[in-house]
Write a protein that binds this ligand. Structure first.
Ligand SMILES: *Cc1c(COP(=O)(O)O)cnc(C)c1O
Length: 447
């Protein structure tokens, strides 16, 4: 296996105040011109990214435990991605695949058909964002089945366009006052082991609970698609109980319902497998991907069974920028990087390192309610001592302390009480260890 080479020194280093003077100045300029609705989690401005390090405009080096929300798994300036971009940009930056097609798009489709779960005949179509991929997966499923209803789950996150807001569960900040939303979306209970009323409920029983809700609310004959994140992202890195996803997928197949896996966040080696569906050997009918696909360039994809995808009439799918040639070149470089460095194995190693550190901490501190996740998609759910009441205050304070000390972490969850770890998969053990030292101290300070 190739050894990872870094351009920047992989070391945390906060040189002055946080945020520094240049970042403060940029915040002032920003506040005068950028819409207030776009919020940033960290008050510093990025200047350079490599491996597990983000350098800001004041020369501070942060440990990156966010990867731009699970996007830069290969790092923020992976050599194969950067070279691919430069080489493609020298020739052309756009021709529109719907006008004058090009090889890069075809190559990305070949790679996705090969890498996504299942050995069946597949077809792929490319877009720009995760939301766009999810919308198009739903379009394909509705057309192919002739059925309108789409089933989504509690705590789901699928994006910010009108259809995907409707599919998303959480109101604030994603949906509140942005409606009305598209019709024929139905929400059913998720399997959320930590917050089940009956802690002994199995994955199969939780699936049956969802199936009963579908049958009662809609009737299986009217359902075109079931849409599930194999591990939920924004909703709190919720890993459903074992057996939940396979039981749903099997029932969907039996009823002629298209099973769509939203692997936008969980895909591309993040969870220790190429796709999270693989952990339970589920073969989705359609897989939506984005985030980690292209080392940071905007690209997304819908990959599905050939008979579903090819049911759509010519011209029914597409978009001006979908599968942009520079983004495709980046994806080819990113996927090559994942193979060269065996990033699924790196993700599993990150899981071991993080869990070995956090498990004893969870036993010693009362505010850690649950530790969960797979690979390098790991979460700490924080509670008030002595129970399961969500503790968003401690969560915010932990994130803020980590940031001020040079570790960038994100929070998530329906109750805003989950610290989520999404390091670039190329982060070194030593740097990650230093990041965990800071995180551990920040958790202890709240306990
Ligand atoms: C981020 C995300 C989306 C939306 O992707 P965008 O590129 O932000 O539109 C959809 N589904 C999941 C699971 C996500 O994590």
């Amino acid at each position: 296996m190739a050894e990872i080479q870094y351009r920047l020194e992989q070391k945390r280093n906060i040189v002055g105040e946080f945020p520094g003077p240049k970042s403060k100045e940029l915040t002032e300029r920003r506040n005068a011109v950028v819409a207030a609705g776009v919020a940033s989690g960290v008050p510093v401005y990025a200047a350079d990214l490599d491996g597990g390090i983000i350098v800001d405009v004041d020369g501070n080096s942060f440990i990156d435990l966010a990867a731009g929300i699970a996007v830069t798994g290969v790092g923020g300036s992976a050599p194969a991605v950067v070279e691919g971009i430069k080489e493609q940009a020298d020739y052309f930056t756009h021709s529109c695949f719907m006008v004058t097609p090009y090889e890069g798009y075809v190559r990305v489709a070949e790679l996705l058909n090969e890498l996504t779960p299942g050995g069946h005949e597949k077809r792929t179509v490319l877009f720009n964002s995760g939301a766009e991929a999810v919308e198009n997966a739903v379009k394909v499923a509705r057309l192919a089945t002739g059925r309108d209803a789409v089933v989504a789950f509690d705590h789901a996150y699928h994006g910010r366009t009108n259809l995907t807001m409707g599919l998303t569960s959480k109101s604030m900040p994603y949906k509140a006052n942005f409606g009305p939303f598209a019709p024929e979306i139905y929400r059913v209970p998720m399997s959320y082991p930590f917050r089940e009323e009956n802690p002994d409920i199995t994955g199969a029983e939780a699936a049956q609970r969802a199936i009963t809700a579908i049958e009662k609310q809609i009737g299986s004959d009217s359902v075109g698609a079931i849409l599930l994140e194999p591990i939920q992202g924004e909703g709190g890195f919720i890993v459903p109980a074992e057996g939940f996803m396979p039981a749903l997928a099997a029932w969907a197949r039996e009823k002629g319902i298209v099973f769509i896996a939203d692997e936008v966040q969980s895909g591309f080696c993040r969870t220790g497998a190429w796709f999270a569906s693989e952990h339970e050997s589920v073969v989705p009918d359609i897989v939506a991907t984005a985030k980690g696909i292209a080392g940071g360039m905007p690209l997304s994809a819908v990959t599905g069974r050939a008979e579903l995808m090819d049911a759509v009439h010519a011209g029914g799918l597409g978009g001006t920028y979908g599968g942009n040639p520079v983004a495709c070149a980046a994806a080819i470089g990113a996927i090559q990087t994942m193979k060269d460095y065996d990033l699924p194995a790196r993700a599993r190693r990150i899981e071991t390192q993080v869990m070995d550190r956090l498990r004893p901490l969870a036993e010693q501190t009362e505010i850690i309610g649950d530790l969960r996740g797979r690979g390098a998609m790991l979460a700490i759910e924080l509670v008030k001592p002595g129970g399961k009441e969500p503790n968003p205050e401690a969560t915010k304070a932990i994130a803020a302390q980590c940031q001020a000390e040079g570790v960038i972490i994100l929070t998530c969850g329906t109750y805003g009480n989950v610290v989520r770890l999404l390091p670039p998969l190329v982060i070194g053990d030593e740097l990650l260890g230093d990041g965990l030292d800071v995180l551990e101290a920040a958790i202890r300070a709240q306990a």
